[in-house]
Write a protein that binds this ligand. Structure first.
Ligand SMILES: Nc1ncnc2c1ncn2[C@@H]1O[C@H](COP(=O)(O)OP(=O)(O)O)[C@@H](O)[C@H]1O
Ligand SMILES: [Mg+2]
Length: 231
């Protein structure tokens, strides 16, 4: 057991190459305190998705250490790559298969998770009939049903309209605070930073700053190409 004060997400000196001549991540170290909502920032192609996948164990690291409080949930940019079952309820329960729970336990976990993301009335709704924001909330409900301590989200609002974007970021913040989860949310959208407890700034594969969201917002504006980060 980790003490309550220990960070729930830690990486030390993480490096990664997609090929021998192209280092993508260089000596990245970061820590996200337990129970907080942090964002991972940086311009397109700087290595955010690669770093998140290494943290999740979806990619094998070449060097460095990673330590995350289990279980870990992952939310992809495009929910159509994540949701595999035909209905909301079936998809959320699918992630529980390995836990060998009773029917009643599964039912209770699914109800609780859908309630947490305000989707309980859509339990039987086919996935194809959902909006993009609702699909992302189903993916998040999957992680909540598994009682995930840590949630990693890779630009979950990239395909959403501005209203659904803000709704989702508010909801994840609320979930983090009400359930004591720890979340790391990848974005290059500056307005989402207003909801973060802290942020990590990645530039060309290096962590160049971490801490106060407001300070990092300014630094991202300095390094980013204005059009991209303002969108
Ligand atoms: N599967 C892959 N194979 C080879 N190169 C990749 C792969 N995925 C990403 N890259 C390269 O790694 C770098 C970082 O990509 P990525 O982590 O997706 O950045 P970001 O998420 O910040 O936009 C980019 O140069 C990208 O082209
Ligand atoms: Mg990416």
């Amino acid at each position: 057991m980790q003490s309550p004060a220990a960070p729930a997400i830690v990486a030390n000196n993480l490096s990664f190459n997609w090929s021998d001549d192209r280092p993508v991540l260089k000596d990245c170290s970061l820590a996200v305190p337990r129970g907080e909502f942090w964002m991972l920032l940086g311009t397109n192609g700087c290595g955010k998705s690669t770093l998140l996948r290494l943290l999740a164990g979806l990619l094998e690291r070449r060097s460095g250490d990673v330590n995350l409080a289990p279980p870990v949930g992952f939310v992809f940019q495009n929910p159509d790559h994540q949701l595999v079952m035909p209905t909301v309820g079936a998809d959320v329960s699918f992630g529980l298969v390995e836990e060998r729970l009773s029917y009643e336990q599964v039912r209770q976990r699914v109800d609780e998770a859908l309630m947490a993301v305000n989707l309980l009335p859509l339990l039987r709704r086919p996935i194809y009939a959902l909006s993009g924001g609702q699909k992302q909330r189903v993916a998040i409900a999957g992680a909540i049903a598994r009682h995930c301590e840590v949630l990693l989200l890779d630009e979950p609002t990239a395909l959403l309209d501005p209203d659904s974007q803000i709704e989702l970021v508010e909801q994840v913040r609320k979930l983090v605070k009400s359930r004591g989860m720890t979340a790391l949310w990848v974005t290059h959208r500056l307005n989402e930073l207003d909801f973060a407890d802290g942020a990590i700034l990645l530039d060309r594969g290096r962590v160049i700053d971490q801490g106060e969201p407001e300070r990092l917002k300014q630094r991202l504006l300095e390094i980013g190409n204005g059009a991209e980060v303002a969108s």
